[in-house]
Design a protein around this ligand. Structure first.
Ligand SMILES: [Ca+2]
Ligand SMILES: [Ca+2]
Ligand SMILES: [Ca+2]
Length: 143
């Protein structure tokens, strides 16, 4: 399993759009499905989000700044943000509920939970592969 797949998918969820690479849903799904039951629970999804937050929080102050997020994006994808990528500051703004310009673990997990709810189209409390693939497809589209 590619350990880079996990932050990639959570990063995509967080930012509300996909990174440049085409989604490898199979691989990303497997990396989140910790108990291998073929579906991703809210617990598994939240754990993946926490792990992603820890990776982005380079100075371990419990907050993720735009600079940290941009650096994490570059480390994960191996490339600098492209011109038409949404700037990290914009991504943070989308989920920054107290508006201080940095992301706390709480803000991040709230955003992840709301992404989960959006992708769980049959509302059974789990994400199946189809739902994750469909979520990816929806995220590819511009709002
Ligand atoms: Ca599972
Ligand atoms: Ca904040
Ligand atoms: Ca579901």
């Amino acid at each position: 399993m590619n350990p880079k797949a996990l932050p990639l998918i959570v990063g995509a969820l967080l930012s509300g759009r996909l990174l440049a690479a085409p989604p490898d849903v199979e691989k990303e799904f497997a990396s989140m499905d910790a108990d291998r039951d073929g579906k991703v629970s809210t617990t598994e999804h939240a754990a993946a989000a926490r792990q992603m937050f820890g990776k982005m929080d380079a100075n371990q102050d419990g907050k993720v700044s735009a600079a940290e997020m941009a650096a994490a994006h570059q480390a994960i994808t191996g490339q600098a943000a492209k011109k038409n990528d949404m700037p990290a500051a914009e991504k943070i703004k989308a989920v920054d509920s107290d508006g201080d310009g940095v992301l706390t673990a709480e803000e991040h997990s709230k955003a992840s939970a709301s992404m989960f709810a959006k992708m769980d189209t049959d509302k059974d409390g789990f994400l199946g592969k189809q739902e994750m693939a469909a979520g990816h497809a929806a995220m590819m589209k511009k709002p």
